[in-house]
Design a binder for this molecule. Sequence first.
Ligand code: AMP
Ligand code: MG
Length: 348
Amino acid sequence: MKTKSWTVDRKDDLSRSYPQISQAAALLKENELVAFPTETVYGLGANAQSDEAVAKIYQAKGRPSDNPLIVHVADKEQVKKIAAKIPPLAEKLMETFWPGPLTLVLPKQDGLSKLVTAGLETVAVRMPEDALALALIKESGLPIAAPSANLSGKPSPTLAEHVAHDLTGKIAGILDGGPTGVGVESTVVDCTGEVPVILRPGGITKEQLEEAVGTVEVDRALLKEGEAPKAPGMKYTHYAPKADLYIVKGSMEYLQSLVDQERAAGREAGVLTTEENRAAYDADAVLAAGWRSKPETIAAHLYEVLRQFDERDLDVIYSESFSEEGVGSAIMNRLMKAAGQRVLTENH
Ligand code: AMP
Ligand code: MG
């Protein structure tokens, strides 16, 4: 399949008729796949009402069919056609955080492709903030199922180039709107019970949620390994670079000593660090994701850096670890998954 590519200049007025967006929306209406930027990562969109269209997502990504998709909407009215019920708590979250990087799990209504929800009785819904994403969804007139636009298991795409690398020839089109903002996926919150439960940490922090609606719980599986997660997708290995990745808890000297051991044994070793610390390391590749003092910059570039390591033919990567406060919770969740939960702790 030939993959079309359109570039959209964000300085343009996207609310007016825009040929690139119209062409992309036309393909979505024909049940084809189109990748588009959101404020979190690039999404791979399909008509959420069509089995034919949604099946193409699972096929193009190589995604396991028991990992449900998030349905993206352009306004709150659309939610009423997807969800059977909107509990007051969900209403409040929508009011506070939409449009934005927050996905709500709600009881589902008929009319969506069964493949979207992977057989569950609930559906995950989000209204993105990105003007280009909103314009595309609006123009299509459809609820749009959109997981991250990467091959399953690879780091999520934060640039159109990442999408092209993974999916050229497998999808109908890519809307290139430049780099995404947040860099990690949306926070997924289960709103079907009395108390909201975070199933996946992301762009909106627990602290922000609690400020809006009071007590918020965290899915036990996120706190404890080995339990079946309620967000089915969380059980899969994700984001993994080709080299073995380890998260290091300890001093910079300890991390450097691990690198030295590998190199002495003839292996190529990389370091994932921050701008503050990068000059301190000597390795075959030293890449900084962002500033430790500004965790949002680390979230924004984490996946990009994981992909850059793949171009370096390394055997092993050692990553510094990060505070789990605020967006740090999403950063450490993704890093731990990329590392297959492997942590090396310095003995004092
Ligand atoms: P992705 O599309 O790759 O960003 O992943 C979507 C995330 O949302 C996965 O972790 C899914 O398991 C989760 N998700 C989607 N639908 C549901 C649902 N109905 N209930 C719980 N989690 C869901
Ligand atoms: Mg994904």
